[in-house]
Design a binder for this molecule. Structure first.
Ligand code: SF4
Length: 83
């Protein structure tokens, strides 16, 4: 099974996405608040974050990469594609 099939459906389409190993620590949304956000759906037993906007500037891209590097669950991925 590839990482593609493990991504959350609420990710904005694009090269960055979050997969289901996310533990909802919210670190990514602190580091890159323009791109990551926590899903606060109360029906979820464990919250998770997702990509709500793909990076549009070099600064946003760098913060997304930083978030990917520090994610404790290795849940942020970049497949390099445009969709
Ligand atoms: S940093 Fe990783 S584990 Fe934490 S909320 Fe973001 S994707 Fe999930």
């Amino acid at each position: 099974m590839s990482d593609q099939t493990e991504r959350f459906a609420d990710n904005n389409p694009g090269k960055y996405y979050i997969i289901k190993t996310c533990i909802g620590c919210t670190l990514c949304s602190v580091i890159a608040p323009a791109n990551f956000i926590e899903n606060t759906d109360e029906e979820l037993a464990v919250g998770h974050s997702y990509v709500y906007k793909q990076p549009e500037t070099e600064a946003e891209e760098l913060l997304c990469e930083e978030a990917m590097d520090v994610c404790p669950a290795d849940a942020i991925r970049n497949n390099g594609s445009s969709n």
